[in-house]
Write a protein that binds this ligand. Structure first.
Ligand SMILES: [Zn+2]
Length: 174
């Protein structure tokens, strides 16, 4: 794959946790997801809190090549984090495979204390293919299975505590 070949080039000359290549990949994926008619990005938090860490804000920040903001309320730690390219690539793959979905949280919002949202490796979805996530949604199980196939190691949905109306997929710590 071209991407694999490119990743092999240039990494060694950069220090820190993120190479210039992965910054470029992140920006490209985020820009692509921002203009996708099939991926909606929430402009609010379910909590009702207002800040600049909504899913739409987070994606715009990534598209600009910047870390994405976390919220400061309740258990959220504040600060900002680079979104995980494996997660963004999975969102793009799901979209390409025909899913429409709404992302409600990425790095923002308040979650459990050690939530992977704060690491930039998790996202939440509350609508899949035009239907609210819940027991009767016929798409969410396959959606989550696909996330797992695409590398997610933590998936939650209806039946898991706190996930009656949304699904959660998270990738391991980088
Ligand atoms: Zn979540």
């Amino acid at each position: 794959m071209l991407i694999a070949a490119l990743i092999g080039v240039g990494c060694s000359s950069f220090s820190g946790s993120d190479s210039s290549r992965s910054i470029t990949v992140r920006r490209g994926l985020a820009r692509n997801l921002l203009i996708s008619p099939k991926v909606s990005l929430a402009t609010f938090h379910v909590s009702g809190r207002r800040d600049t860490a909504t899913a739409l804000d987070n994606m715009r920040q990534a598209a600009a090549g910047r870390p994405s903001r976390r919220s400061y309320y309740q258990r959220a730690p504040g600060g900002a984090i680079l979104l995980d390219n494996r997660m963004l690539r999975a969102m793009k793959t799901l979209e390409k495979e025909g899913y429409t979905f709404r992302v409600t949280e990425i790095a923002g919002g308040s979650h459990s204390r050690k939530s992977r949202h704060y690491l930039g490796t998790a996202f939440d979805v509350d609508y899949i293919n035009g239907m609210k996530v819940g027991w009767s949604n016929p798409y969410y199980r396959r959606f989550l299975r696909r996330c797992r196939e695409l590398g997610a190691t933590e998936i939650r949905g209806p039946g898991d505590p706190g996930h009656r109306t949304h699904v959660h997929a998270a990738w391991p710590r980088r």
